[in-house]
Design a protein around this ligand. Sequence first.
Ligand SMILES: Nc1ncnc2c1ncn2[C@@H]1O[C@H](COP(=O)(O)OP(=O)(O)O)[C@@H](O)[C@H]1O
Ligand SMILES: [Mg+2]
Length: 393
Amino acid sequence: MKCILMNKNIEVLIAEYNNISKFFDEIIDIKNIDYAPYVLKKIYLEKSEDLRVVLTNWFKGRGIPSWRDRLDILLYRLNIASVEDLLNKSFGLSLSDQYWIKPYDSNIKYDDINFFDHDFDSADFLDATFTDRTFTATNDASLRTPNNTTDGMLRKTWIIENGKRYLLKGGYKNDIMQPFNEVLATEICKRLNFEHVKYTLDIVKGRVISKCECLTTKDNEIIPASQIIRGEKKNKSILDYENYIKILENNGIKGAREKLENMYILDYLIMNEDRHLNNFGVIRDVNTLKWVNVCPIFDNGMALNVNYYDDSTIVTEGNGRLFYEIKSFDEIIKVVKNIKRIDISKLDTVVEWFDNLLHKYQHITKISDDRISRLCYLLNRQIDKLKILIENS
Ligand SMILES: Nc1ncnc2c1ncn2[C@@H]1O[C@H](COP(=O)(O)OP(=O)(O)O)[C@@H](O)[C@H]1O
Ligand SMILES: [Mg+2]
């Protein structure tokens, strides 16, 4: 299929997409490389890799990843053979950016189809994602949603409520803590004045899930850090971190260092193990291509991970992520140069707040009192440790 990679109504490049191999066999013409996805432009300029492969992987990466929790069941229920087929149902449109694939001979316009302006029906997708009911999708319209292009491991669905787009996320397999961790992170960020995505709790199909508003608009996109540092020489993680800050500053982002520090302070407090390179990034204006800001902190669910406890011990994973390295939280927090600015007294009642929250939903989650007290103990411990770091700095 001859097609055009579009950014809103701008033609980026013309290519031949092979519907069988799901590969972009040929790049026929480059029209406007500036408006390409960041990674594609970078590789194009550097000529460091085969652009067809990069384009294919970028497009495939827009689909639901193969490691999505219960992907096979989801596809079966939607009556779809592959993630790529699902992508093609909705031109590869997303709510996290404005790229799409237009059939070459089509006159369709972004304004006619994008999901920021146009409503979509998530009922089937929501059912297929969050219930155990057996059914298959009712019609093709139910597959034209931005749910075909959500990244990440957790089961998730975009919905519309009162005209606003919200992302609903469940826990991984039977883990029920993720939504609570998201909400805890929101509370901490609010108290410490860190720019963040606001998560609340909701109950969908009998499960507690987290809910956040769409942070992107028709005019701005998220560029994940993975794309920004693609092709940069891998170093020790602290150097990768410094290099990343430099790239952001060179592109005009204000307060980049402080905002990244905030993210690692949050990760320290909640022991977030999952700060990989797609869980942070920048916001870019898609019309002017200006880098606007560090992306508000999002995806903080994989935290306070108590593997095992008894009366005398509590065992956690204990490691976080700093760029390409997995390191202890005590190591990672050292990247924060200015920690004195944190008013830790703002967190004085946060453990109590978290304890109340967990108890409030206990009738659904069935988390034991014992486990709640261990989680609160851990949180309290991290706050105390941060206090000491601040005092000693
Ligand atoms: N509020 C949001 N607005 C727009 N895009 C979002 C929002 N939250 C997440 N995303 C996009 O969806 C992807 C998956 O969401 P994420 O919260 O990271 O899920 P997971 O926990 O499964 O990794 C993110 O990498 C990001 O690109
Ligand atoms: Mg994620």
